[in-house]
Design a protein around this ligand. Structure first.
Ligand code: KIV
Ligand code: ZN
Length: 395
């Protein structure tokens, strides 16, 4: 299916390996089940050789979680591949994800090998992984800073050795949408066999471009997207799964692709992750941030109360957020105040609403946010002083 996008979730691997994100065995298993319910196609459960804990978590996920393919990461080394193979052996559809750096800076300073040696190592280790599983992904690490000619050779060698998915990571978040897309086009044009494999994106967010780069690559032919819930991951994080999914849904006119995600599961999974690790998404984070569907400015509140589409490009419910949130503050108008008072059970005449609104704006000048209890106190205060005449409890 040419227009099907495969979501590869790496929250439990690239996400978990970043500061403040470590998870216990049970937390990983619980999240893996939720990611399966969300409908991810491939779940990278960890890096089997990294620790006994990682190995145990991958094995448990492989045994317990049904739906997605279960992957373990492995360096292009025999011992890593053997350990990854053992970790995923109970999975119904196991995958080994082999990676080896391809940029000169990584080859020279990190691996201390030359291009020829890297080429042999990639080919031999992909072939080894294929002796364990039919589904092998290969990633030339730091692909975006790799000489294009060599990248094509490298990827060609991995395909010839049996790789079924080729991932082109922007490991250091250096790419722009134009050059990331161009790299995918080059690989498809120049590498024999590229049409037989799935091409994959893997973007880091150092320049805040991870999602834009991912979408640019999709438009250029990539059909697997690697991403994490809430965009957690190394340094500035990985491309956020919920943002890619929302962009594909809201801008289906530009991105006419299908996928398997249950959109209304996005927010619950985001909350689950936030409750598991040591931080949640920033309030202004797209799709799942606390303010993503909140409106404080009076003009916006009036618009949204009349028709949510005035200021919302998707409904909160469509991504699992219970409802849009009218935040009452000094920018709020009468419409929002009336609506909130009605929700709280008070129906006010226009004259009384004026009195309540004056009292509300005085309070809002002193307080940053106005909570329901403040409004209840405000109504009660004015009733006691009999200047708020006809408040009526709505049943
Ligand atoms: O960012 C990266 O290059 C990675 C690889 C292991 C795929 O996470
Ligand atoms: Zn990464």
């Amino acid at each position: 299916m040419k227009n099907r996008i495969h979501f590869f979730d790496t929250t439990l691997r690239d996400g978990e390996q970043s500061p403040g994100c470590s998870m216990t065995h049970h937390e990983k298993l619980a999240l893996a089940h939720s990611l399966a319910d969300l409908g991810v196609d491939i779940l990278e459960a960890g890096f089997a050789i990294a620790s006994d804990g990682d190995f145990a978590a991958i094995s448990a996920i492989a045994e317990d979680v049904r739906g997605p393919k279960i992957a373990s990461l492995a360096r292009a080394r025999r011992e890593d591949i053997e350990r990854a193979a053992r970790a995923v052996e109970k999975a119904k559809r196991p995958r080994i994800h082999v990676f080896l750096a391809s940029s000169d800076i990584h080859l020279e300073y990190k691996l201390k090998i030359d291009r020829e040696e890297a080429l042999d190592q990639a080919a031999n280790m992909v072939a080894l992984a294929r002796t364990y599983v039919d589904d092998v992904e290969f990633s030339p690490e730091d692909a975006t800073r790799t000489d294009r000619e060599f990248l094509c050779q490298f990827v060609g060698a991995a395909i010839a050795s049996g790789a079924t998915t080729i991932n082109l990571p922007d490991t250091v978040g250096y790419a722009t949408p134009e050059d990331y897309a161009a790299m995918f086009r080059t690989v498809q044009e120049r590498v024999p066999g590229a049409d037989r494999v799935i091409l994959s994106t893997h973007c880091h967010n150092d320049l805040g471009l991870a999602v834009a780069n991912t979408l640019a690559a999709v438009a250029a032919g990539a059909r697997q997207v690697e991403c994490t819930i809430n965009g957690i991951g190394e340094r500035a994080g990985n491309a956020a799964l919920e943002e890619i999914a929302a962009a594909l849904r809201v801008r289906a006119d530009v991105y006419p692709y299908e996928h398997n995600l249950k959109m209304e599961r996005l927010y619950p999974v985001s909350r689950q992750l936030a409750g598991t690790i040591s931080f949640g998404p920033a309030p202004n984070k797209a799709v799942v941030g606390g303010n993503a569907f909140a409106h404080e400015a009076g003009i916006h509140q009036h618009g949204v109360l009349s028709n949510p589409l005035t200021y919302e490009i998707m409904t909160p419910v469509s991504v699992g957020v219970p409802a849009n949130r009218m935040v009452l503050g000094k920018h709020s108008g009468r419409h929002a105040l009336r609506s909130r008072l009605e929700t709280l059970g008070y129906r006010l005449s226009t004259a009384d609403l004026d009195i309540a609104y004056r009292a509300f704006t005085e309070l809002a000048d002193r307080k940053k946010a106005i909570y329901d209890q403040d409004l209840i106190n405000l109504v009660a205060h004015h009733r006691r002083h009999e200047d708020l005449i006809a408040t009526e409890k709505v049943s």
